[in-house]
Design a protein around this ligand. Structure first.
Ligand SMILES: [Zn+2]
Length: 255
């Protein structure tokens, strides 16, 4: 049976938590075997229950939108939880309603040092700040596996990330005909560099309602159409990539 990996969901978002058992049951039915659940603010993230199928792996980090609070003591505590395999979401977001970029960069660079010290893979959030984020990564001489989540940049930007060895994670946008730039990038990025994510509860494939891990199925089909390749290849290769990225031993598709 084909198994899919959702490398970024916010299972501890209140909108998901209220129906988490149903969300996980629908994910299992859709063939999702693994989910990476990422935090956004370690001082307020809700506690996650454990799940054996789909397996729920954990990531914690101070999201750029939470960088004004920057609670590193809370972050340290979260990263000690069992099941933590990754740091994230961390990164930069240059939109107007976000904290000032100098504050974001300071919080990001402290977290890059923590990820290095703990030898944790990193999943990045990056909006309109590709150059600045790549600069911080180079300055920090990052040697852990990295991925950019919710990639919607151009193929040229995708190449910059692949050049530093980063995976690019694609979500529901690839299934929307209007998301031309994102779809061009999904067609361009080789499967060997690609991951799939629901970003639940945001960014549903249809653009209406909320998303959930079960949506990975339609996202994998969307990618296979764009790349004109069997969807089982998309499922298997992105699953293997996720295991390599997160350094998980029990992968159903060992390389
Ligand atoms: Zn994000």
């Amino acid at each position: 049976m084909i198994q899919l990996f959702d490398v970024l969901a916010h299972l501890n978002d209140r909108r998901i938590m209220i129906s988490l058992p149903l969300v996980l049951a629908r994910a299992a039915q859709a063939g999702i075997s693994d989910i990476l659940s990422a935090g956004v603010d370690p001082s307020t993230d809700l506690a996650l229950p454990t799940s054996s199928f789909p397996r729920v792996h954990r990531a914690y980090g101070i999201h750029p939108s939470a960088s004004h609070t920057g609670d590193f003591a809370a972050l340290d505590q979260r990263l000690d939880e069992p099941g933590v395999v990754c740091m994230g979401e961390i990164g930069l977001d240059a939109r107007e309603n976000m904290p000032p970029l100098d504050v974001q960069i300071a919080v990001l660079e402290t977290q890059l040092r923590i990820a290095k010290a703990r030898d944790l893979p990193i999943i990045f959030h990056c909006v309109r700040a590709h150059g600045l984020l790549l600069e911080s990564i180079r300055r920090a001489k990052i040697d852990v596996p990295c991925a950019v989540h919710g990639f919607s940049g151009s193929p040229e930007q995708a190449k910059l990330w692949m050049d530093v060895g980063c995976y690019l994670s694609f979500g529901g946008l690839v299934t929307r005909p209007a998301a031309i730039r994102c779809r061009r990038s999904a067609a361009y990025v080789p499967l060997a560099h690609m991951l799939l994510e629901s970003d639940a509860p945001d960014h549903s494939p249809s653009g209406v309602g909320s998303s959930e891990p079960a949506d990975i199925l339609s996202i994998a089909h969307g990618v296979s159409e764009l790349k004109n390749c069997p969807w089982s290849d998309v499922a298997e290769i992105t699953h293997r990539n996720a295991c390599t990225f997160l350094r998980l031993a029990e992968c159903p598709f060992p390389s």
